[in-house]
Unconditional design. Sequence first.
Length: 267
Amino acid sequence: MWKWEAEGEAKAVIVMVHGAMEHHRRYGWLIEMWRTSGFHVIMGDLPGQGMTTRSGRGHIDSFDEYIIEVKDWVQAAYRYELPVFLLGHSMGGLIAIRLLQVERLKLAGVILSSPCLGLVNKPSNFLNALSYGLNHIYPSLRMNSGLTVDMATRNADVREADVNDTLYVTKVSIRWYRELAFGMKSAFLDLGQLQDIPMLVMQGGEDKIVVKDTVKEWFNHAPLSEKRFKEWQKCYHEIFNEPEREEVFEYAKDFVISQLKAIGYIV
């Protein structure tokens, strides 16, 4: 877990959760945007990804490992005694959803960026069926994720950096896939258990990794008193890396500021 403190007096703390295969270093631009806008940022690498060594690269024993880890980051944010916001991208968005379904946290708002609630490129029916057996016999068996840099973003600079990124995970275990599938299913089954916290869901309109219609379906059924959905029509999966990312950031920041005003923290 790492912390980046705001320039000047901080308004709030943003806890960020990255997606599958990646790590915190890919969020340098976004971290700096929040920090220079007056927000502390807390972020780490999820188990089995980035610079972590637990579980092994591309592997987890249980999706709960992610939930426990992110809960620790949120609790670290409380120490600033400021409003706390949770921002999850892709699988990080799914982790945020599951966290809010099994815990009760003190959060001022949640931002989900292209949350992983359904995969565009799913394994074939045969491979999916096979994975159930392998999950018991050889859960650590790793296979190619099938994801490419070009699927994630139109940003040429990010694509080039990712090709040479040695921390980027390219293979995932059978157990990891089964736990991800269970997490996505649970996000729908446990909708009624979702903590009622103001939420902004932003989705890439040209997402090639996550099924945007599934995200909309989840959002429409989410029993929240306050929720906002924004589709960025031209954007691929990584909306905070797209050519429009400054506009995307400003929209997210506007949501955060509006929530701070609503609770009377800023005027």
